[in-house]
Design a binder for this molecule. Sequence first.
Ligand code: C2E
Ligand code: MG
Ligand code: MG
Length: 720
Amino acid sequence: MLSSRYDHSQSSRTLLLLGDDDALRSTACRALEEAGFEVVEAQGLAMIRDRIRECCPAAVLLDLPMRWTDGMDLCRNLRQSLLPKDVPILVVSEQTDLETIRSAYQAGATDFVTKPIHPDLLGHRVEYLLRSARALSDLRTIQNRLALAQRVAQLGYWEWDMKANRLYMSETCQRILEMDNPDPEGALHQFLGMVHPEDRRKVRRALLASIERKQDFHMNHRVLLAKGAEKYLGHEACVQLGEDGEPARVMGLVQDTTERWKAEARVRQLAYYDSVTGLPNRAYVLENLAQLLDPFLALGAQPVLLCIGLDHFRRINNTLGFQAGNRVLQIVAERLKTASATLGHAHPQAIEEDGVAVPMIARLGGDEFLLVFTHTGSLEAAKQTSKDLARILAEPVMIEGREISLTSSMGLGLYPQDGNDPESALGNTSAAMNLAKKRGRNMCQVFEREWSQKAQFYLTIESELRHAIEQDQFILHYQPKVHLGRNRVQGMEALVRWVHPKLGTISPVDFIPIAEQCGLIVPLGTWVLRTALEQMAAWNAEGLGDLCVSVNVSGAQLQQPGLDSLVMELLESTGVPAHQLELELTEGLLMEDTDRSIALLSRLTQQGVEISVDDFGTGYSSLSYLAKFPLSTIKVDRSFVKGITTNRGNAAIVSATIALAHSLRLQVVAEGVEEQPELDFLRGLRCDTIQGYYYSKPLPASEFASFVRHFDGHSRLRAA
Ligand code: C2E
Ligand code: MG
Ligand code: MG
């Protein structure tokens, strides 16, 4: 209270003189006034108190002994309650014995002079006293400000006296570390004991190194507090040398960076991790792959990048919704993690122990995952690992009460041989995976370096595709469809081929997806429709029979306004009756924009055009769902036909599909029938129509006509 009312003005020149020795009082007063001070006097405790309050003296001169009180008691009283801490008390005494001097200092005297006083010296003495009092007060103010600044900035200060092995910690430092008045002798030990066990070695090492090299020390580390909480600290320290030039003390600042660290961790998590699976994302892989694989390469191991794409994943999203899709991705991520744990650990040492290590699993985006494993075996061993993984991923998944079979297409690339920077290694492995998808899915494709040439070609394919229509580089092949009951060629599927002037015939599997991506599928699709109908008109004129041509239609064509009027115009201009045209749409296509598709297809079927569902069974739609569409036929995908005689699962699916389709009055075409036993089996299931190499590959128009005549001639002969 007193100090807050007391005027600490440093310019105060008022001194309070207390004493009853008249000779001293007058000598002192004169001397001090000559030195520029104003002297006030007081007798009795009440008056002393009043004077102090009124004049706020810069110092007190206490002349001992006193008649009215014990001088030492008064001195103690002044020091403890009447005066602020930093107002000096100069004791003047005629006793010069050590005991008196000691008790004066103990009672709170700042300085001690003996009588008789030297008038010329007294002013200087007081002046000096005031100066050191001011310096002390300034120092205290600075210390207070510093402590306040540290508290506000949450900066804890510590100082380790190396010789005495004592650790001083500021209040803020103690608060940050949740230590309560630690004993300076044991504090260093206690503090190091709190450093997180995983960081302890690095903190000790950094501290020792900075002492040894007489250098500053900066580091971030964790501490485990007494109550078990974990904190992140930013730590700076510097070494102070003693007179001998050797480190004498270390002074440090600690800052609680837990909140900042958490915020940064959240940002890192968002930027580098996938929110659905929690796995690292593509950005993380690109930034960390090289650094992660270097130690493995140094051990002579071979890193393998395995890019895994889930087959037909888009259909899961389209038919069962995004949540189901996300669930599938999570299950795949879990399976990859579990599988990798049995393969080997992520650490380079694992390579020495197990021969295989899995340093990274990531989700690259969409349905693409990356598994990086390194091994000491051959490429065959790596391929075997990818097969094992494919088997694990293929285990059925239960989603919303439905059992979904997942297959995956994989691309395998070696690092750094197949791209010596993460970007190209990843790009090449993805390219291998995409090729596996194009080649029929559910397989692993190893990257081949010769592809770079081909890849170059695929880059230019888009611009070449644009000219291919004008330059008449497309042709249609026709694959017969044979009706089993009537034993007659019922129609054909028109399948496009690109006869490239330099590269020869290119499969639609390779260019249709590109044409779809760049929108060229629309003019190409129109060309296919027109050409197929013109061919039909020619065959009609030749009297080849009442055949039906199936034309594949892509998503972009379906989205294009006026597909129905285009079809009707072409039918009219070629003079082909509508019932001789069938449009094939894939199951996945029908799942998008359902209402619009139903309306469009209904307009076409009202005119007599037939609609069939291509690749049935590869999506997840049910037949009863598809019954909403005006369909006439479904085509069972060839992946179900393959091995139908040996694979009981496929046989059951096809058998159920045929039975249900018939109950919905739909015709069933089996695609990809290659062998007699498959044909017999399908006949047994009362499949209506067969399309496949068993009868014929897709043929050029003239060969197709010969095929029909030949086939029908034979069947007439057989019937006769
Ligand atoms: P898709 O519509 O399912 O056509 C059937 C594919 O299976 C054809 O391949 C055909 O040659 C092949 N195939 C037929 N029987 C067998 C068999 O017994 N065994 C085997 N292994 N394969 C058989 P292609 O001609 O390479 O066409 C592939 C895909 O390209 C087509 O699949 C279709 O999705 C697309 N496509 C072809 N032409 C066109 C077109 O004009 N427009 C559009 N949008 N897509 C087309
Ligand atoms: Mg088709
Ligand atoms: Mg098909």
